[in-house]
Design a binder for this molecule. Structure first.
Ligand SMILES: [Ca+2]
Length: 133
């Protein structure tokens, strides 16, 4: 497991849209502040729908939104999670400027989708993590 220090270089990890949990191998420490960013133009695919880390909305999918892992965030938005805990889950999107870690653990990530709908996902994003303090 990698622990970033404030003077460490940023670390980039691959987040695969098909994985229910992407274990990043990055250990986030309690009270530390990090920046998470998907740099530049990067895309992943929900079946044939091309989108970025902000994800997308479709009026004809509205009925199914409540079944998403994060019901109130876009389809395919990039979500971060610490230690696979339901209490420590947050939207990253393309950039989360400053995130203060409430409780230490490994960073996990996923594309927001319905749990049984990961089979038709394609592509991955490179997420860069920097420790600020
Ligand atoms: Ca899907």
């Amino acid at each position: 497991m990698v622990k970033l220090q404030t003077e460490s270089s940023p670390v980039t990890v691959k987040i695969d849209s098909q994985k229910y949990w992407n274990a990043t191998g990055i250990y986030l420490e309690t009270g530390a502040i990090y920046t998470f960013e998907v740099k530049g133009e990067q895309f992943w695919y929900d079946a044939t729908i091309k989108t970025d880390a902000y994800g997308y909305t479709k009026p004809w999918f509205r009925w199914a939104e409540m079944f998403r892992r994060k019901p109130n965030e876009n389809w395919f938005s990039l979500i971060g999670n610490i230690g696979q805990s339901v209490e420590q889950e947050f939207l990253i999107g393309k950039k989360l400027e400053k995130y203060k870690v409430p409780l230490a653990g490994e960073l996990f990530c996923y594309a927001n989708d319905i749990p049984i709908m990961y089979f038709n996902n394609h592509g991955s994003l490179n997420l860069t993590i920097t420790r600020l303090s």
